[in-house]
Design a protein around this ligand. Sequence first.
Ligand code: SAM
Length: 387
Amino acid sequence: MKAIHQLNTFQNILLNYNKEEPLHRFLATYYRQNKQMGSRDRKIASRLVYNFYRLGNILSNLTLEERLIIAEFFANQQANSFLEHFKPQWNNKIELTLKNKIEIVKEEYPNFNLTDVFPFQDHLSNEIDAEEFYLSHFIQPDLYIRIKKGKQKNIMQCLASADIKYQVIDEQAIAFPNGTKLAQIIPDKGNYEIQDISSQKTGEAFKPDKWDKWWDCCAASGGKALMLLDQQPDIKLLVSDNRESILENLKHRFALAGVSNYQLKVLDLLQNQDQTLHHYEFDGIILDAPCTGSGTWGRTPEMITHFTPHKIKSYSELQFKIASNVVKYLKVGKPLIYITCSVFKEENEEQVANLCEKLNLEIEYQLLIKGYQAKADTLFLARLIKK
Ligand SMILES: C[S@@+](CC[C@H](N)C(=O)[O-])C[C@H]1O[C@@H](n2cnc3c(N)ncnc32)[C@H](O)[C@@H]1O
């Protein structure tokens, strides 16, 4: 009976989800309005809905129930009561590899096509191993932290006294299973930042020198800027974004991290900013550009079915306009660090070719940070030097 009740709740959530807000926000409201649901009910309902969206457009002609059962088979590695009720023969095989599970599903549904999990394959960056990328959609990414320099010992002590799973990735990065309640385990929030491991890897391209002038021009709440300062605190830093509200978050985050020496401006970089910036010249600019976010959809799988590909073009135009408005403040011979969390070539390598052709830049290097191989986001980075 429980499984039937869980299925009903799942169907009710899908029916009510208006798709205009992120799923996690909708679910938070839904649970507030359905107080009869205990924490276990909420956890199972979230699991079912997220796993369902992980299917993308696979077998979209089937019923919700049939598709949910397939999604549950693919996205779990441990037997569960839901699958036991609806498909016990698959529940017994839950520990098989994804490739083996796909063969089993194909026996019953010969129309199964893995490429439907991500229906925008024509746009994928060339470096992506498509099959590996598709399969990664059934695996929930981990939660990562970046430990502030010098705070490793403190964090490791907190973790040693907590009974949780974690994996040390390198000196500054630790991975946790998604959903780990870090605030309860590491009380001092100033000692670490929640930051995906691929995002942490972009920092390797910054290479700031002492007394350099840097600009994080799409700073949002300052994840990249904090990483830059952790590498070299003795720089002159300008942070900006067009959203005042997100810069308020940045101020709060910087204060927690003990950072006070920076300049902050609300700037819309679709506009010419010469009046404000005419006397500025930078030794490095980070352009962590607004993008489709398609490299992060492992965390927001609802996007796969809600995304319309015409948005790729508008993002790539936006990126180009922002880049052309910031490059003029970069010193000759210095880097523009162009970053996206996208897997689409129009926002990545094709965009970089366009920037180099039209904005007097040359590629020092570019790379796709393949988070899909590592339970993480996939990001693109190019270090472009002004000629
Ligand atoms: C990918 S996010 C940046 C994330 C951030 N660097 C971090 O590490 O947390 C892109 C940011 O670009 C900003 N943005 C979008 N359009 C903009 C514009 N026209 N001018 C300036 N910033 C813009 C968005 O508000 C968003 O915060």
